[in-house]
Ligand binder design. Structure first.
Ligand SMILES: [Zn+2]
Ligand SMILES: [Zn+2]
Length: 277
């Protein structure tokens, strides 16, 4: 039998396991333990925590909230049988997806699993969990179409991490498979390679506590050929910092244009609004 990782540790609560679908959750700082479950008769939501929001190390959804959820389901209803469980809708079908991304497999996706989907409704996005990059023989330099030499290059697959993840690896000095630095002899400043502003998130409204002079973190992920990036708020220069290093500002209220320019002159902007909490 497949054992879910969020089954409660205390095994007595799994005896007389009711047939339900459920999901647990634990908040940052162990302040809330959630478990929400349903069958075709009832939906039950459990929250455990302190009313003043104080965190408790032992507080987590699986061990604290789920045993209660299972007990409540056992107490409120007759035991569900397979017969009165949900029927699979007729328009649901199975297809192969990439186990890494859950998307439609690309030719390089070797780890495939079967998953349910709704034809015509579920996204048909092709998997991009890897990307093809031209590199030199010892994989120390990468090329683009404009600087690709006639001979001596190979095509290699690299993990296509989202910028947030690359930024996390970099700031925490975690090893990861990196695309080699771009060819220094490349005359073309790479297009579409401007810094990506990861924080703040474009279009969001940020609520700050003005009493505490709450700071806002600015982080960008820049291309391999970049060392330093400069930050601007409403076109006013703020600071130049090593790429991937966060910069903290005390924001003014209202609409802010945040710009990040790399040392190759490539720029990107994002717009946010700052309001008082
Ligand atoms: Zn894939
Ligand atoms: Zn190039």
């Amino acid at each position: 039998m497949l054992r879910r990782s969020d089954l409660p540790n205390r095994s007595e609560s799994v005896i007389n396991m009711p047939k339900i679908a459920w999901k647990t959750g634990t908040s940052y700082g162990r302040r809330d333990a959630w478990s929400i479950g349903f069958n075709n008769n009832y939906t039950v939501g459990i929250w455990c925590g302190n009313f003043d929001g104080k965190g408790v190390p032992e507080l987590n959804g699986a061990d604290i909230a789920t045993p209660l959820l299972l007990q409540i389901f056992n107490a409120i209803g007759k035991k569900n049988t397979e017969k009165d469980w949900f029927k699979k809708p007729k328009d649901l079908q199975y297809r192969w997806v990439c186990a890494e991304s859950g998307n439609v497999p690309n030719d390089y996706c070797t780890d495939k699993i079967m998953a349910l989907y709704i034809p015509g409704k579920s996204p048909n996005k092709k998997c991009e969990h890897q990307k093809k990059v031209w590199v030199n023989a010892d994989s120390s330099i990468s090329y683009c179409a404009s600087c690709l030499p006639n001979v001596g290059y190979i095509e290699k697959l690299y993990p296509n991490y989202p910028p947030e993840l690359v930024q996390y690896f970099e700031t925490n000095n975690l090893p990861y498979i990196k695309i080699p630095s771009h060819n220094l002899l490349c005359s073309k400043v790479q297009e579409n390679n401007e810094p990506k502003i990861i924080k703040p998130v474009n279009g969001l409204t940020y609520y700050i506590n003005q009493k505490d002079k709450q700071e806002l973190m600015l982080v960008a992920q820049a291309a391999n050929d970049v060392k330093m990036v400069s930050w601007y708020i409403n076109n006013q220069f703020i600071k130049t910092e090593e790429k991937n290093k966060p910069v903290f500002i005390v924001p003014t209220l209202g609409k802010l244009k945040i710009s990040c320019t790399d040392d190759k002159g490539r720029n990107s902007n994002c717009w946010i609004e700052v309001k008082i909490l």
